[in-house]
Write a protein that binds this ligand. Structure first.
Ligand SMILES: [Ca+2]
Length: 167
């Protein structure tokens, strides 16, 4: 009987030992629904097939069950750039979920959270070296800029670009 209890204890202990690593694996795991892929612990879709205006592509993201990507984390942003290079996606213009439409110079994400300006996000355009968008009221939608190593830049909302969606 004592042996039997000992065996039960042993089995219980080994079961918990086996469960422990599983928990660690589960913690960092993100499962994304197609066409979204895990990028920096989030679910993103870099759409290289379709182009449209900022609004059209936002609706496109919504039709896939997501929205425009919110890049408010430097590590996630870096992971996205590695994802684009690693998959051989074209270095093109990609809409992201930030705008200053209706409140010039005050950039917000689609959930109204303020966008961090400058390093490590924004391209260094113009000659004043301040990493600030310079398009004024003519350019109110943010994109990853093909001509500036995919740093953020302001674009004309009605121009056509690819998109990065997030779920
Ligand atoms: Ca603007």
């Amino acid at each position: 009987m004592i042996n039997f209890l000992f065996l039960l204890l042993l089995l219980g202990a080994s079961a918990s030992c086996f469960k422990l690593p599983q928990k660690f694996i589960m913690k960092g795991e993100v499962s994304c629904e197609s066409p979204f892929q895990e990028v920096g612990g989030r679910c993103m879709y870099v759409d290289i097939l379709n182009k449209g205006t900022w609004s059209v592509m936002r609706n496109h993201c919504k039709s896939l069950g997501g929205d425009l990507v919110k890049l408010n984390d430097g590590e996630v942003y870096a992971a996205l750039i590695r994802h684009i290079h690693g998959n051989g996606f074209p270095i093109d213009y990609y809409w992201i979920g930030a705008t200053d439409e209706g409140h010039e110079g005050l950039w917000v994400w689609i959930d109204q959270e303020p966008v961090q300006m400058g390093t490590p996000y924004w391209a260094n355009c113009g000659c004043d070296n301040d990493q600030m968008p310079t398009g004024g009221t003519a350019q109110n939608c943010a994109l990853l800029d093909a001509h500036f190593h995919l740093y953020f830049n302001d674009g004309t909302c009605s121009q056509e670009a690819n998109v990065i969606c997030e779920q």
